[in-house]
Design a protein around this ligand. Structure first.
Ligand code: OAD
Length: 241
C-alpha cells in the first residue's frame, strides 16, 4: 500500500501541475465491480479475445459476440461510479487544462460526470450499423441476438474498438496532443500491455512530464514511472485531491 509520504508527494505534484492528463484502465472500474481483462479473475482467463473481440469473430459468429456483449451490458448496467471516478470529476473541475483518456468501455467516467474525456476503445452503450455506419446510443438490455439498424436494416455491432482495429483518428490526434502538452500524467489501473495506450507514459516522459501510477500491482515498465502508488484506485485517487 502507498505510504503517507508517497501520497503527500503525489498530492503536492498534482496540486502544482498546470496541465494534467489521466489514463485509466479496467482497474478503476474493478472497484465498481466490473471485471478486469487480465489477472486472476480477468475476463481473458475465461474467454478467448480472438473468439469475441475481433472483427473476424463477429463476421464468423455475430450471435456469440452479441451474447457476450449482452452479458457484459447486463452486468455493467447494475454498476455505478466509485470514489476514484468521482475524484477525477473533481480534478477536471479544479484544473484549467485537463484531459481524461480511458480504455474502459463501461461508460462509468461519463456517468460520474467527466466531460473532458476520450473513450478510446469505444462505449458499450453505443452501437454502430455495419451497413450505413450510423452510431447511436442504445441502453436496451438485453438486445436481440442479431440487432438490426432501424434505418437500413443491416446488422448492428458494438461501437467498440476490437483487436486488429485502429483507434478513431480524432482520438489518436487528441491523445497525442494532450500527452504532449501535459506536465503530469496519472496512470490508473491499467496493465499497460495494449497499444497505443501502453505507449502513452513514454510519450509523456518524452516531453518531460511526471508520471504517477496507481495500481494494485507493479506494471511492465517501472522505468517510465516517477512515483508508483500501490493500492486500490477507490482508496488512493481520492487521497490525491
Ligand atoms: P487489464 O485487465 O489488462 O489490467 C487491469 C489493471 O488494473 C491491472 O494492472 C491490475 O493490477 C489493475 N487493478 C485491478 N484492480 C485494481 C484496483 N482496484 N485499483 C487499481 N488497480 C487495479 O485492463 P486494461 O489495462 O484496461 O480492450 O486492458 C486494456 C484493454 O485490454 C482493455 O481496454 C480491453 C482489453 O482487451 C478492449 O476492450 C478493446
Amino acid at each position: 500500500m502507498a505510504t503517507d509520504d508517497q501520497i503527500l508527494l503525489a498530492r503536492t505534484h498534482l496540486a502544482s501541475a498546470r496541465n494534467v492528463t489521466v489514463l485509466t484502465g479496467a482497474g478503476i472500474s474493478a472497484d465498481s465491480g466490473v471485471p478486469t481483462f487480465r489477472g486472476a479473475d480477468g475476463l481473458w482467463r475465461t474467454y478467448r479475445a480472438e473468439d469475441l473481440a475481433t472483427p473476424e469473430a463477429f463476421a464468423r459468429d455475430p450471435r456469440l459476440v452479441w451474447e457476450w456483449y449482452n452479458w457484459r451490458r447486463e452486468l455493467i448496467a447494475t454498476k455505478s461510479p466509485n470514489p476514484a471516478h468521482e475524484a477525477l470529476v473533481e480534478l477536471e473541475r479544479r484544473k484549467k487544462q485537463f484531459w481524461l483518456i480511458t480504455q474502459n468501455v463501461d461508460g462509468l467516467h461519463r456517468a460520474a460526470g467527466s466531460r473532458q474525456l476520450s473513450e478510446i476503445h469505444g462505449n458499450i452503450w453505443r452501437v454502430r450499423c455495419t451497413g450505413c455506419g450510423e452510431i447511436s446510443e442504445n441502453r436496451e438490455v438485453p438486445l436481440p441476438l442479431l440487432p438490426m439498424c432501424g434505418r437500413c436494416h443491416a446488422l448492428l455491432r458494438p461501437h467498440i474498438v476490437w483487436f486488429g482495429e485502429s483507434l478513431r483518428e480524432e482520438d489518436l490526434h487528441r491523445c497525442d496532443e494532450v500527452l504532449r502538452d501535459c506536465d503530469l500524467l496519472l496512470v490508473i489501473g491499467t496493465s499497460g500491455v495494449v497499444y497505443p495506450a501502453a505507449g502513452y507514459a513514454s510519450v509523456a516522459k518524452e516531453v518531460g512530464a511526471l508520471v504517477i501510477e496507481i495500481n494494485l500491482e507493479t506494471t511492465p515498465r517501472p522505468d517510465l514511472v516517477d512515483l508508483s502508488l500501490q493500492g486500490r484506485a477507490k482508496d488512493v485517487v481520492p487521497l490525491l485531491l
